[in-house]
Ligand binder design. Structure first.
Ligand SMILES: Cc1cc2nc3c(=O)[nH]c(=O)nc-3n(C[C@H](O)[C@H](O)[C@H](O)COP(=O)(O)OP(=O)(O)OC[C@H]3O[C@@H](n4cnc5c(N)ncnc54)[C@H](O)[C@@H]3O)c2cc1C
Length: 309
């Protein structure tokens, strides 16, 4: 991992920067590239436009590592309301959330209870809830959490990260219990003891796991999602799926709002299932730092904003 990337990921965890940087005008302006706005309404408007171009969406209300369990209740209420709103607006939109935003750091049981209320609302409205994967200190707890909630609800799926050595085994275990999986490369700072550090190694592991997912999708029904903007990987997945006769609908591609927008439209134009993940909310700083770290060239975009009007 480059020093610059490590620095950005360190910044994502720094409380002083988390408080101060979002106050700066040029940072607020630059973040707009990755999110339509802080309000739910902004996300809804963006989703309506994308839907006109055959692009479905996933909403994430930004926030993580709550320190007060009562806030988790408000987050739960927010998501329950959002699911109703999605249904009222007839949007093809799912949701994706972080367990630490439901208070996982404070109480596993309370986080389960909140999640179950959200996923029940989703079930009643024929919708689906994705669970994000956070830093490695949460990997096992998140897997345990998913194993518990997915016994009662099939309309939820789990994100797994290809940069972790353990993920290949986690995928195999989860496929046995028919889990829906969203495979991503991984966005946090992890040590070489537990995670691949070089892009080439992460990409290779991603492809190995993608092959396992595609091959097994012949026998199991849950969803498989490839959460990536990497066109080489996307092309590989498409070709491999074709080679082993997997129907187009089985492999989905989810990309982030504002990244590879032409690729998003191209994939949808090919008749593939594509969703765009739209984030909104005021707590965007750590999430934004991770987006900058994924492509340090993005920092030039921020700097350009200092000098542009
Ligand atoms: C739908 C979705 C859900 C995700 N959920 C999680 C999660 O729960 N947990 C988690 O750890 N990570 C999550 N991620 C982030 C993921 O782990 C990667 O950090 C991120 O997707 C970048 O990796 P990549 O696969 O796009 O490949 P990369 O090799 O990083 O990028 C491939 C190409 O995509 C473009 N690109 C990638 N990122 C950016 C960017 N930020 N800005 C501009 N261009 C970019 C560039 O052109 C780059 O060359 C998610 C990503 C997606 C798309």
């Amino acid at each position: 991992m480059s020093l610059f990337r490590s620095l950005l990921l360190w910044a994502s965890k720094n409380n002083i920067l988390r408080r101060k940087l979002p106050e700066l005008y040029f940072v607020r302006k630059a973040v707009k590239r990755f999110m339509p706005g802080e309000k739910l309404e902004d996300a809804i408007e963006a989703a309506k436009k994308l839907q006109q171009n055959n692009l479905d969406t996933v909403f994430t209300y930004l926030g993580e590592n709550l320190t007060d369990i009562s806030e988790a209740e408000s987050v739960k209420n927010h998501y329950v309301k959002v699911l109703q709103r999605i249904s009222d607006e007839k949007l093809n939109t799912e949701i994706s959330l972080k367990l630490t935003q439901l208070g996982l750091d404070l109480s596993f049981e309370k986080a389960v209870k909140h999640f179950e209320e959200i996923v029940l609302q989703a079930n009643n409205l024929d919708n689906f809830v994705w669970i994000d994967m956070e830093g490695s200190s949460y990997t096992q707890t998140t897997l345990d959490f998913y194993s518990k909630v997915s016994k009662n609800f099939t309309n939820c799926g789990l994100c797994l990260q290809a940069y972790l050595y353990r993920t290949k085994n986690d995928v195999k275990k989860n496929l046995k219990i028919n889990s829906s999986i969203r495979l991503v490369k991984g966005a946090y700072r992890e040590s070489s003891e537990i995670a691949f550090q070089k892009k080439s190694e992460v990409d290779k592991n991603y492809i190995d796991i993608a092959k396992i997912l595609l091959e097994r999708s012949k026998e199991f029904n849950p969803r498989i999602v490839f959460g990536t903007h990497d066109s080489k990987i996307i092309n590989y997945v498409k070709e491999y799926a074709k080679k082993i006769n997997i129907e187009k609908e089985k492999a989905e591609f989810h990309l982030l709002y504002g990244i590879q927008t032409l690729e998003q439209e191209k994939l949808a134009g090919e008749g593939l299932h594509v969703k765009v993940l739209i984030s909104y909310g005021e707590a965007w700083f750590p999430w934004y730092m991770r987006r900058l770290a994924e492509r340090p060239a993005n920092v030039w975009f921020v700097l350009k904003n200092i000098f542009s009007k």
